[in-house]
Design a protein. Structure first.
Lengths: 281, 308
């Protein structure tokens, strides 16, 4: 036991370094000029600059060959719109369904619930390949609405299964008592069931937001740069020639910052959400 | 007599029917929205039975299982299967061993461990595509910090994702960075949910630590391990984001896993039929895995609910 005791802080340090260092390094890089980035050996002592972020926000990137107009702020806005829109739609659709699955034993109910879950595990391209052709016919290609619809494949199962767990955990007695007072079913759902499950609903919504934000393949296939989120936008960034590396780093930092902040908020629910309620956090 | 019975039971019957409809009404919108997704699935299955190339639309026709039969003698197909399996097995095994080790390290609650717990969440919340780009910067040949560290131990010009010999290891490394925390936090929750008595009894009896681990901890943790492994396997065999963002399947066809190959077949070579057939093969694999997973997951979920 004692050699392990001695090893323990060392191992912890190693684990911490491996998982945090990449984020730390990219954040540092985003405050460097290209000159500082290319300096060898790399140094922690450099004069930090905000010009990478300023260039990204203004949309005019100075490159070796001239000015390049890249509207990365639009990608950020798209990410926000797609993720928030998908979560709102999923909440409207998923919370009543979750309540139905939790409170009623009904034929087909489990089948429906599993059908929704099974979408979580099918290869996304299998659906995206025909959709890419259909969406062009339907006029949904390259639209926010079309993408938000497809994003339901990610956000809806997550919200449905987590919120279902919270409804199942809440006691039915309170609802029954409220109904005995002569209140309608809807009022019971709205006034009693939802407030009791609110922490679960909030956590599920935040997690679904993170997952939608991090999605890459849907918008890569179903949209052009006008509607594409940061995940796809950042890839275009790194393959374009002449863009300063500090600006690429700044773009990556901007793309991960919102989810990291949200994750710190939701960490208590994270285990449960990630495992669709299979493990309590 | 019969009339009375009928009239008295009639309103109750109606009320029951109303209540019976309610759950369907509540879940119908969710279903409708996702059923729209079922149609493309069927379409994809039909595409996979066709010779269908967008570049030569006139040649489009049904060839039944022609695309699948062609796979049997297609070296590119088997290379893809081999790479996908190698990627899935490597990532899952490494992530399980590392994830379990870290979970054991963090098992006891303390200030440091709680901090580490939070820190571990961060990589998991980075979009896999973005994580690949971060590591691409770190392995950049002219300024990448990892290259600098390698020169300190005498290795120069390491190719990382652009060299055939190290490409697979590099994307596996990124996957390990993103997803090991997933296994860790799942197993950590599992470890903390285990009953105390067997461990206390073992301590009283002076049972050695390794024996406790292999005979008590590991067997009791097994349901959590299996769930985590199946879940990761399902994602890993379909990995697209990390590989596409890092190398787009290259160098050569070194990293052509299922979805990357299918993406390139469809959107670069406009060969829709072949792409759909590749995806159907992948779907068959994930369908089998997800059935296994869902059974495991249901058992665990029932237990989590019972413990709560």
């Amino acid at each position: 036991m004692s050699p392990f005791r001695l090893l323990r802080p060392f191992l912890l340090l190693l684990v911490g370094l491996f998982f945090l260092f990449p984020i730390f390094w990219v954040v540092l890089m985003s405050f460097m000029t290209d000159q500082a980035i290319f300096s060898s050996p790399p140094s922690l002592f450099f004069k930090p600059t905000l010009q990478n972020y300023a260039a990204l926000i203004s949309g005019h990137l100075e490159t070796g060959t001239g000015t390049l107009d890249v509207d990365y702020m639009r990608n950020l806005g798209n990410s926000l719109l797609l993720a928030a829109g998908s979560v709102i739609v999923s909440l409207l659709l998923g919370v009543p369904a979750a309540y139905a699955f939790a409170r009623f034993k009904f034929r087909l109910g489990e089948n429906i619930a599993f059908t929704l879950l099974s979408f979580r595990f099918a290869p996304p391209l299998l659906v995206l390949l025909p959709l890419q052709i259909y969406f062009q016919d339907l006029g949904l290609y390259d639209t926010y609405g079309g993408l938000i619809w497809v994003y339901q494949l990610i956000t809806l199962p997550l919200i449905l299964w987590i919120v279902r767990g919270y409804f199942e955990d809440a006691s039915e007695d309170i609802e029954a008592a409220y109904r005995l007072d002569g209140h309608s079913w809807f009022k019971t759902f709205w006034r009693i069931a939802i407030p009791l499950a609110r922490p679960g609903i909030a956590a599920a919504a935040l997690l679904a937001f993170i997952f939608a934000w991090n999605n890459f393949i849907f918008a890569l296939i179903l949209g052009s740069s006008a509607v594409q989120p940061v995940t796809v936008g950042a890839l275009a960034f790194i393959t374009a020639s002449g863009i300063h590396y500090g600006q690429i780093a700044a773009a990556l930092v901007l793309s991960i910052l919102p989810t990291l902040v949200l994750a710190l908020y939701t960490q208590r629910y994270l285990v449960e959400g990630l495992s669709l309620g299979a493990v309590k956090g | 007599m019969t009339i009375v019975a009928l009239t008295s039971s009639s309103p109750r019957h109606r009320k029951l029917r109303g209540a019976a409809l309610l759950p369907y009404l509540l879940s119908l919108p969710s279903l409708l929205v996702t059923v729209g997704i079922f149609i493309p699935f069927v379409t994809a299955a039909i595409y996979s039975l066709q010779r269908y190339n967008l570049a030569i639309p006139a040649a489009r026709r049904f060839i039944w299982f022609g695309n699948y039969v062609a796979f049997l003698s297609d070296a590119q197909f088997w290379q893809m299967v081999a790479v996908s399996l190698a990627y899935a097995v490597l990532t899952v095994v490494i992530e399980l061993l590392l994830g379990l080790g870290i979970a054991l390290l963090l098992q006891r609650r303390s200030a440091v461990n709680n901090f580490m717990n939070v820190a571990l969440i961060l990589p998991l919340m980075v979009a896999p595509a973005i994580a690949a780009l971060m590591w691409k910067l770190m392995t950049n040949p002219s300024f990448g910090i990892l290259n600098y560290l390698l020169t300190l131990i005498g290795i120069h010009h390491f190719g990382w994702s652009s060299a055939p010999g190290s490409a697979l290891a590099t994307v596996v490394l990124v996957d390990v960075w993103v997803y090991t925390p997933f296994i860790t936090i799942l197993l950590l929750a599992g470890l903390r949910a285990l009953p105390r008595q067997p461990f206390e009894a073992a301590e009283v009896d002076g049972v050695p630590g390794w024996f406790v681990f292999f005979r008590i901890t590991l067997p009791m943790l097994l349901p959590y391990i299996l769930t985590a492994v199946l879940f990761r396997m399902l994602d890993s065999i379909q990995q697209f984001d990390i590989i596409y963002a890092m190398t787009q399947g290259g160098p050569g066809d070194r990293l052509m896993v299922f979805q990357v190959q299918a993406y390139l077949q469809a959107f670069t070579f406009t060969n829709i039929g072949r792409s759909a057939a590749i995806l159907m093969v992948l779907w068959a694999i994930t369908f089998a895995l997800s059935n296994l997973f869902i059974n495991r997951w249901l058992a665990l979920r029932a237990r989590a609910r019972a413990l709560a």
